[in-house]
Design a protein around this ligand. Structure first.
Ligand SMILES: [Zn+2]
Length: 461
């Protein structure tokens, strides 16, 4: 009598499992299991009690095998989120509930090549300070000591060079400016010793504040692209200038990492607590508590998070040390990721209170004392380091406001049938902006390099 209910329930569960645990399903004959269950149960309620428990146990077995495979020892978390960061993260998560935080920065496409992008970034940094030849050569060196891969990945800057994953999206152009600012700031970082106690504190601060320069750069750079009337061409061949909506979208995308990393900080802290109170590794009870839900699909989704966390923390390199050797373990440990929470809220304060002031930005970028001393940084940017509430509240206000505007715009576009996903960007050659870009485009890289060099030469003079 309940066979339709039973059959649908199995089908829905299979769909969910397939999303998160295709490995689990690959060795099961679903139709066979279904016919067995249908012949064994006539009441949906009886079936559900058995089936939910069965699925949870299967997931637990799967996760436990994963734990055993990846770690011969006990699960140990090297990274700890401090209480202050956690309270900030929790506030950010609570106050943005229900908002879309999956703001994909590769949504806006460009057909700019890597050389065009480098030239735009070079012009941007020269607009910050034209009269410092050392700064100019630092920017130039960062841009032209770059390893570029044309496949997806997360770009980073190590002690030698920038490693860039480039697909020609607007987000990739922003990533270049982001990484170049890391490279410049890195050069000006103070030389610190791990043996001196006061230096150790500075090293900790520096690690926590490492995204401040790059998030400030993103805010400034996006406004620069907008102010300099970057020209966009959509799929239908209509050309338009970078609009307020594009700016909103990209700013929101840049800010969303603060929210997403807050979610992760809260999730992982909860998981750690639960894990340590359930010493027998993953159990159906742990999954239940973690999922905090009666609904099996929620349990499946949330146990996928456990799988992700296990994958992250059982990496091959448990001695991963961010400060000395930057292994591009990008996104794999929270210690690395929580920097975006601070980077975002401080960068937002900078753009709200200082209107992206070039002098303040430059002063910050080339002064190592601001990179590793929260008190010095706060005196430069005028906030109270002991009271981050104001920073967090302002960040939330900006974020929620941007989110509403972007949401409204996206639904309007949908009504009009506009596809914003394939926008081509060109740079308009006016007001002296990027005067050498057309040259680069027309005569290719060699001439482009000559033009860039002569630009640098003029700046050096
Ligand atoms: Zn960064």
């Amino acid at each position: 009598m309940d066979s339709k209910l039973i059959s649908d329930y199995i089908d829905n569960t299979v769909v969910e499992l397939n999303k998160y645990y295709p490995e689990l399903l690959s060795c099961i004959d679903v139709e066979d299991v279904k016919s067995q269950l249908l012949s064994s149960y006539s009441s949906f309620e009886d079936f559900k009690v058995y089936f939910d428990e069965y699925v949870k146990n299967s997931i637990c077995d799967f996760l436990n095998i994963n734990i055993d495979k990846q770690s011969k020892k006990n699960l140990s978390f090297k990274y700890k989120v401090d209480d202050l960061t956690l309270s900030i993260a929790q506030k950010l998560v609570n106050d943005t509930q229900g908002l879309n935080t999956n703001i994909d920065d590769s949504k806006v496409k460009t057909h700019l090549g890597i050389d065009d992008c480098k030239k735009i970034v070079l012009d941007f940094f020269m607009s910050i300070n034209q009269s410092d030849p050392v700064f100019a050569s630092d920017v130039y060196n960062a841009l032209y000591n770059m390893k570029v891969y044309n496949h997806p990945g997360r770009s980073y800057t190590n002690d030698k060079e920038i490693v860039l994953y480039f697909n020609g999206d607007l987000g990739d152009l922003v990533a270049i400016a982001h990484e170049v600012s890391h490279a410049i700031a890195k050069k000006h970082d103070l030389k610190l010793s791990t043996k001196i106690p006061s230096d150790r504190e500075k090293i900790n601060n520096r690690n926590l504040l490492k995204e401040v320069e790059s998030k400030m750069t993103e805010s400034m750079f996006l406004r620069y692209l907008y102010d300099n009337k970057i020209e966009c061409v959509d799929d239908n061949g209509y050309s338009r200038m970078m609009s307020d909506d594009d700016l909103d979208y990209m700013l929101l995308s840049s800010m969303s990492s603060g929210i997403n990393n807050s979610k992760r900080a809260c999730d992982e802290t909860l998981f750690k607590k639960l894990y340590y109170s359930n010493k027998d590794k993953v159990t159906p009870q742990l999954l239940d508590t973690y999922a905090n839900s009666e609904i099996l699909n929620d349990v499946i989704r949330n146990s996928a998070k456990i799988k992700f966390i296990i994958g992250c923390y059982f990496s091959k390199d448990p001695s991963f040390d961010y400060s000395t050797t930057f292994v591009p373990n990008n996104g794999k440990n929270l210690d690395n990721e929580i920097r975006f929470i601070y980077g975002n809220i401080i960068a937002n304060h900078f753009s709200e209170s200082f209107g992206c002031d070039k002098k303040v930005y430059y002063e910050y970028l080339i002064n190592g004392k601001y990179h590793c001393d929260i008190n010095k940084l706060s005196s430069l940017l005028g906030f109270d380091p002991n009271n981050k509430d104001v920073l967090v509240d302002n960040y939330l206000n900006t974020y929620i406001d941007l989110n509403k505007r972007v949401d409204r715009q996206l639904s309007m576009d949908e009504e009009k049938g506009i596809n914003r996903s394939n926008v081509r960007m060109l740079v308009r050659n006016e007001n002296g902006f990027v005067s050498t870009l057309v040259l680069c485009l027309v005569t290719g890289f060699v001439m482009g390099a000559v033009a860039v060099l002569s630009y640098i030469f003029i700046v050096n003079k």
